[in-house]
Design a protein around this ligand. Structure first.
Ligand SMILES: [Fe+2]
Ligand SMILES: [Fe+2]
Length: 306
């Protein structure tokens, strides 16, 4: 595996081109314009939130909770990105621009949730304090791992935000999530194409890194209170699950876009990693289909019982 420093300097011109493309396709937007302020009111002294405040399935609440807390963890994601790619040159410019864009996501989602009372504001704030105080985020070891991880993660986040939005019957909520998802999409495109370029410079190193990141991949959320419970709810609502991970990320991006199976000239370690990766993707696909079938069955039973 190539050292991070020569890899990053070799990829600097690509990063500059992709940053330019990113900026050219960015459209300025303002959180305040998306929040339905007229629906807000003061929280009276002694206010206690109740799930009846808003008619929302608990799974959607779970998704909003996890999505927002992940956005709130931005200081640590910034630290990871800056550590991996550096603060100088185009890498630093990208990391800071990315950070500024990500900051908008927690602003708009929190304002929306506070105004609409979709989530208990006290529980949310306590969870935010706990999450940020714990400061836990994935720490990919190498630049290669970093590229692979962030590409997968930005796309996963885009999918989760978008699917959450689709389950909000509220048009304002849908628009908030759609806007955030469109930012995540542009972040994903930057990293997806960065990975393609890195595969040309260091194919073996990248394949080993991609295999490692797919093997260890988890939706961002470690350190969130009751994360496991929420992750289950999110999967139950088909907001994010193995099937989506397989069908919308691993197959179209890892296998097709990056063309992992067609790469030539890999060293022995990378050949081994590629075989393991392709096998794993197959297994994840199977698990996804099993899970979806069980979920459909349970839904049918629920409907039949009504
Ligand atoms: Fe974000
Ligand atoms: Fe993002």
């Amino acid at each position: 595996m190539l050292d991070s420093t020569p890899l990053l300097s070799e990829l600097e011109p690509t990063a500059a081109t992709l940053l330019e493309r990113h900026l050219a396709t960015s459209k300025e937007w303002f959180p305040h314009e998306l929040v339905p302020w007229s629906r807000g009111r003061d929280f009276d002294e002694g206010y206690e939130w109740s799930a009846d405040d808003v008619d929302l399935p608990p799974e959607v609440r779970s998704a909003l909770f996890v999505n927002l807390l992940t956005e709130d963890n931005l200081p640590y994601y910034f630290r990871t990105i800056e550590r991996m790619f550096g603060a100088d040159s185009v890498w630093g410019t990208w990391a800071r621009r990315w950070t500024a864009e990500e900051g908008r996501h927690s602003i708009v989602i929190r304002d929306y949730l506070t105004v609409t009372r979709a989530i208990d504001p006290v529980h949310l704030e306590r969870a935010r304090m706990a999450q940020v105080e714990c400061g836990e985020v994935p720490e990919p070891e190498t630049a290669q791992d970093g590229f692979a991880y962030v590409a997968l993660q930005e796309l996963a986040t885009r999918i989760a935000h978008h699917n959450t939005g689709k389950l909000l019957t509220d048009k304002a909520g849908y628009d908030v999530m759609k806007k955030v998802a469109s930012d995540e999409n542009r972040h994903y495109l930057f990293y997806r194409d960065m990975v393609s370029a890195a595969l040309e410079v260091d194919p073996s190193g990248m394949v080993v890194a991609i295999e490692r990141q797919v093997r260890n991949f988890e939706m961002p959320g470690t350190g969130i209170i009751d994360y496991e419970v929420h992750a289950k709810a999110i999967a139950k609502a088909a907001i994010y699950d193995f099937g989506i991970h397989h069908d919308q990320i691993l197959v179209p991006v890892v296998l097709r876009h990056w063309g992992i199976e067609q790469l030539e000239g890999l060293d022995a370690d990378a050949e081994e990693a590629r075989a393991a990766l392709v096998q794993r993707i197959g297994r994840i696909g199977k698990a996804g289909r099993r899970f979806a079938a069980r979920r459909d069955e349970a839904k049918q039973k629920e409907l039949a019982a009504v």
